[in-house]
Design a protein around this ligand. Structure first.
Ligand SMILES: Nc1ncnc2c1ncn2[C@@H]1O[C@H](COP(=O)(O)OP(=O)(O)OP(=O)(O)O)[C@@H](O)[C@H]1O
Length: 894
């Protein structure tokens, strides 16, 4: 970062420009306190050195997400950074811890869906792109971690996007701290639903915003110990009452009037109709809003009333009162017979008086008298004073404003009592959506109060960002060069101090019957003639100028006295306090005070507002603040149009430029040593041996984290913007890896345990399985064995059978064979016997033949032999014959 002017010939520069505020160019020549340069549009210009700033040649085209990262920190750098981001629809940018939100005037739903909320949940600040959710998350986590209440201050001019931003903040906080149901509706649902309800009654179309909140709002979300939303309270500030009776083109009255006129059934019931026929609405020609359907909005308002817990009877009474105000506004007066008296102007007025009294459930004549007379209470008697038509009309408008503001206060109270407060809640997150600094052509009491609010908030901002910073640095004795800032305590004293502050003088004037705005202005000139924040304009006797922190504003004192008086006319009080409608009567409870001498009971709006602001400041001071500065990029509510002058003015008024300076120059983050070590000690585990003292340990951690440029004080460490985030990232990494180790171990342990269990189970299953299988196997074996046995039996049986068969066959064969053999043998034998027989026969034959032969031979021989040896041979023959006979007998016997 470098803020000193480091400009040389040829360097890139920013030059002040009448059209664009700042234009870029190249320095051509430097001549003492003047620089000649060629602008990017080609023009050669010579400007004062004080109106030239160096331009970062390496600047990223899409800008940086935190202004404190800009290399050159100055007005054009900041402006063009926002412009180039806006061009890319990056509407959010940080300035240290402050979020700048440039209104896109276009729906960007992707930026706000649940997925986005999930992303920002618990994310380190600065880790993700700047976002309204990041601020809400930081506040929520700080509340949870540190147990300290938080506040988020949303500021900006009308139409800059405060209310939208507030709604987003609440949505995110409800997302984080959503809670159990009460009576069928969650607390956060009721809080969120109170928005459309309060918008219907507190918002109106203005020149600058179609849905402009005409009141300030501080929503306090209460949390229980576990970080859940346990209750909520809505505090409102300074509703613009004058709008009820007076509007100018092209603005509108409060939305609820148009919604009721558009609701077919109810409009008829309350004798309403076209808004053009009602004086409080037809002072402007604007009746419709773009892209808005009033009857649908009416249904939404009724639904919101249901959710918030407003009963149907109450709803009926509310809209009856709203209708009565419109009819009241149509009651016109004409000069009466007596001087300074009024009568109803015409039949129409009679009708509206009648309808108003019916709707408010009060007596018609009493209503007429309350509008046209005033009772002056003196010591001796009550004098009734007639009012002329002008005074009666003013009186009528006063009544309308009073009824409406009481109704609005009732709604706020009802919202609070329905949602419920948590008396045990220790922490809260407050979201403040309040009007930004205003400076118009004509500035009246409203602008005075609004600008007082902004002075207060600026002081709070100053105290927080500047004063406390510097005091702290001094106390901690760190090396720090003081940064000058504009302290606005003197303006606040001038406005608030008693007995000679502007508000005190105004109250005094209001209570003094003869005082006028001229005497009031004169008193101011006299009291503050030497005050450096007070200027008396030359051309006016009743205007006065205050030099606010954001610039000079000239106020017209004309209506200050009138607008500061919050009196309730005693007649009005009496009339409506005795209404037959309990709701209306309840809006006007009897005053506990003694009856005053005057029928007007003065109470100062300025003083009450001052007290409200004081109470708000006390609440804010007890919380840790977070700031969101909303910026309106153009006055036409057009998307994509970024008007430099317009934006610069808002950056100045919102203290953004000062904050940029302090954020960069100072040390936006600090922690006591023990807090720091507690948080970041894990970055240096070696510290656990206890050999360092706290200060040395802190330094050791910072050195180990490679940080430089920090400051070590007496009890605290002071860090530059972004260093905390850097440390947090390192811590997150460390915690992440530690968590991974633990997870790994736990997972291992769990896995092992599971594995063991699984193994045991598997073994048991296996054992059972095996047992079953074994049994099955055994059964199978048994069956097999049985089968084998059967088979064996069968086989044996078969074998036996076949054996028997074979044997039988064999026997048969054998038998057959033997038979055959026998037969063969038999045949053989038979044959042999036959042969033998034959042989025998043959041999017998042969023997006989031989015998015969032999006998023949023998006979021959014998004859021969006998012849010769007849006697010898006879003897031999006889012997042979004996032998032959024995042989033969032998043979025959064989
Ligand atoms: N984040 C956003 N995204 C889209 N549109 C937005 C956003 N913020 C604001 N707007 C648009 O700008 C309009 C004006 O915003 P909003 O009503 O919040 O302004 P405001 O600052 O509350 O004004 P006032 O002080 O008049 O009430 C919204 O109606 C909406 O159209």
């Amino acid at each position: 970062m470098a803020t000193e002017k480091n400009i040389s010939v040829g360097s890139q520069v920013w030059l002040e420009d009448n059209e664009l505020a700042w234009i870029d160019g190249e320095a051509l020549d430097i001549n003492g306190q003047e620089v000649t340069a060629r602008t990017s549009t080609g023009k050669v210009v010579t400007v004062k050195l004080s109106n030239v700033h160096p331009k970062d040649p390496d600047a990223q085209p899409g800008g940086v997400d935190d202004m404190t990262k800009l290399a050159y920190l100055h007005e054009p750098g900041v402006l063009y950074n926002l412009a180039s981001r806006y061009e890319l629809n990056d509407i959010y940018t940080y300035t240290g811890n402050i979020l700048i939100a440039v209104n896109p005037f276009a729906k960007l739903p992707h930026l706000y869906d649940v997925h986005m909320m999930e992303q920002y949940r618990g994310a380190t600040f600065g880790e993700l792109s700047p976002h309204v959710f990041a601020i809400a998350d930081t506040a929520y986590r700080a509340m949870i971690n540190e147990g300290k209440s938080q506040s988020i201050l949303v500021s900006g001019e009308s139409g800059a996007g405060k209310t939208e931003t507030t709604k987003l903040l609440m949505q995110y906080i409800a997302f984080m701290g959503g809670r159990a149901m009460t009576d069928g509706r969650t607390v956060e649902q009721q809080v969120l639903e109170s928005n459309p309800l309060l918008e219907a009654f507190g918002n109106a179309k203005t020149v600058r915003n179609d849905n402009s909140s005409r009141f300030g709002k501080f929503v306090e979300l209460q949390f229980d110990r576990s970080g859940r939303i346990s209750g909520a309270a809505v505090r409102t500030y300074l509703l613009e009452r004058s709008r009820v009776v007076q509007i100018s083109d092209p603005e509108r009255n409060y939305h609820c009037f148009y919604q009721l006129c558009a609701s077919a059934e109810d409009a008829e019931k309350y004798k309403l109709g076209d808004p053009r026929s009602f004086h409080y609405l037809n002072q402007s020609n604007c009746y419709e809003l773009n892209h808005t359907n009033s009857s649908r909005e009416y249904a939404k308002t009724r639904r919101a009333m249901d959710i918030v817990g407003i009963s149907l009877e109450e709803q009926e009474a509310i809209f009856r009162v709203v209708a009565s105000i419109l009819h009241l506004g149509n009651i016109e007066f004409a000069q009466g017979k007596e001087a300074d008296s009024s009568v109803l102007k015409d039949e129409k007025s009679k009708f509206h008086l009648q309808t108003t009294s019916e709707l408010l459930m009060c007596d018609k004549q009493s209503l007429f008298e309350a509008l046209t007379t005033r009772i002056i209470v003196t010591r001796d008697e009550n004098i009734t004073k007639m009012l002329d038509p002008v005074a009666s009309t003013t009186n009528r408008d006063t009544l309308a404003k009073t009824i409406y503001s009481r109704l609005f206060d009732w709604l706020v109270e009802k919202v609070n009592s329905s949602i419920g407060q948590d008396p045990d809640s220790r922490t809260l997150i407050g979201v403040l959506d309040i009007y930004g600094f205003e400076s118009f052509k004509t500035n009246s009491f409203e602008q005075f109060c609004i600008n007082l609010t902004n002075e207060k908030l600026q002081q709070h901002f100053n105290q927080h960002v500047f004063k406390m910073e510097q005091e702290e640095y001094t106390k901690e004795e760190i090396n720090w060069s003081y940064i000058e800032f504009v302290d606005n305590q003197d303006v606040l004293d001038m406005i608030e101090k008693k007995p000679l502050g502007i508000i005190a003088l105004l109250d005094e004037a209001c209570m003094f019957p003869k005082a006028t705005h001229e005497t009031f202005a004169g008193k101011l000139f006299q009291t503050f003639k030497n005050h450096k924040r007070f200027i008396k304009p030359k051309l006016s006797r009743t205007d006065f100028t205050i030099s606010h922190y954001a610039g000079e504003v000239t106020y017209q004192a004309d209506l200050f006295l009138e607008k500061n008086k919050d009196y309730v006319v005693a007649e009005h009080q009496a009339l409506l306090g005795s209404s037959k409608c309990p709701f209306v009567a309840n809006l006007f409870p009897p005053s506990p005070e003694e009856p005053s001498k005057s029928s007007y009971k003065f109470s100062s709006i300025g003083t009450r507002f001052k007290q409200q602001l004081q109470a708000l400041m006390e609440t804010l001071n007890s919380t840790e603040p977070h700031y969101i500065r909303c910026v309106k990029p153009n006055p036409y509510n057009k998307p994509g149009l970024f008007e430099n002058f317009n934006v610069l003015q808002q950056l100045r008024c919102g203290g953004v430029l000062e904050a940029v300076r302090i954020s960069c120059a100072g040390y936006p983050t600090r922690r006591t040593f023990d807090e720091f070590i507690d948080r970041f000690g894990l970055l240096a585990p070696e510290l656990h041996d206890g050999s360092y003292d706290e200060k040395a340990a802190t330094e050791h951690i910072l050195k180990k984290a490679n940080l430089s440029n920090y400051q070590i004080g007496k009890t605290k460490v002071f860090l530059r913007a972004g260093q905390m985030a850097e440390l947090d990232t390192k811590r997150a990494e460390m915690l992440g890896s530690a968590a991974k180790i633990i997870q790994r171990r736990v997972r291992t342990f769990l896995a092992q345990r599971e594995l063991k269990a699984l193994r045991k189970a598997a073994i048991s299953v296996q054992a059972r399985w095996r047992g079953k299988m074994a049994r099955k196997h055994f059964e199978a074996l048994k069956r097999q064995a049985a089968a084998i046995k059967v088979q064996k039996h069968v086989r044996r049986w078969l074998a036996q059978k076949s054996y028997r068969k074979m044997r039988a066959a064999t026997i048969v064969i054998q038998a057959a064979h033997r038979g055959m053999q026998a037969r063969k043998e038999f045949r053989f034998r038979k044959e042999t016997r036959a042969a033998t027989k034959i042989q025998t026969t043959w041999r017998g034959y042969k023997a006989r033949s031989d015998f015969v032969k032999l006998r023949k031979a023998t006979l021959v021989l014998q004859c021969i032999w006998r012849g010769r040896i007849a006697r010898k041979e006879l003897k031999k023959l006889k012997m042979v014959m004996g032998l032959s006979q024995s042989y033969l007998s032998k043979l025959v016997s064989s």
